[in-house]
Design a protein. Structure first.
Length: 216
């Protein structure tokens, strides 16, 4: 399952076919909430960070053709509300879309939850980290690392550096102000962010720094 933040970042960088290839290689296909189709498209069209919003919207339209649409059940919506209330009580960030995906994740035994929101991962760790038999949440940096391995670093770098304001951390990881970047340097930069997040989400964040952690 893919949240709005990750769908926005992947579309901003025009990497829809790459993430589809990564997930299909693991025997998976991306799924989103029905409302996400409208929310992501709207946020891309209104973004003040992107240099080329039209290209990003077009990339999302391409991605959306490969998406499975999820509709939470009433029970899952109630469970999501419980998660949101717990997050608010602990002053943690967990929005409605993420809480509903989390409820679907657990109630339907889904394989993976990919999110571009690190704060949501930390919130999930605090709220229900003890309910996971093994980590099944992946972050944006793990997705990008896997795409680098699947394609090549210069291709991914060109896509990211085209939109340097979309995600400042990724812009730094790929040295967008330099002439070039090595795959070692880029992966080390991504890994530093992953490890920092893992220190606060040991029970929830995938153990591997790429999506190979999905394979039993």
């Amino acid at each position: 399952m893919v949240d709005n933040d990750l769908a926005i970042k992947i579309s901003s960088y025009e990497l829809p076919s790459e993430i589809s290839a990564v997930l299909s290689a693991k025997g998976l296909s991306p799924a989103v909430l029905q409302l996400a189709i409208y929310v992501v498209r709207s946020r891309l069209r209104r973004s003040r960070q992107l240099n080329d919003r039209d290209r990003a919207v077009k990339a999302f339209e391409q991605l959306s053709r490969h998406l499975t649409i999820l509709e939470p059940t009433p029970g899952e919506i109630e469970l999501a509300a419980v998660y949101e209330a717990k997050a608010q009580a602990l002053d943690l960030q967990l929005d409605t879309g993420e809480s509903q995906l989390l409820a679907v994740l657990l109630s339907r035994n889904a394989a993976l939850f990919l999110t571009g929101d690190k704060r949501a991962i930390v919130a999930i760790e605090e709220i229900i980290g003890d309910q996971f038999e093994h980590p099944i949440i992946g972050c944006l940096e793990q997705v990008i690392a896997e795409i680098v391995q699947l394609t090549n670093v210069q291709h991914v770098r060109s896509q990211i550096c085209r939109e340097p304001a979309a995600d400042r951390a990724l812009t730094l990881c790929f040295s967008c102000t330099a002439h070039a970047v090595s795959i070692t340097s880029a992966l080390e930069g991504l890994d530093s962010h992953i490890q920092a997040l893992r220190s606060n989400a040991r029970r929830t964040l995938l153990l591997s720094n790429n999506l190979s952690g999905l394979v039993p």
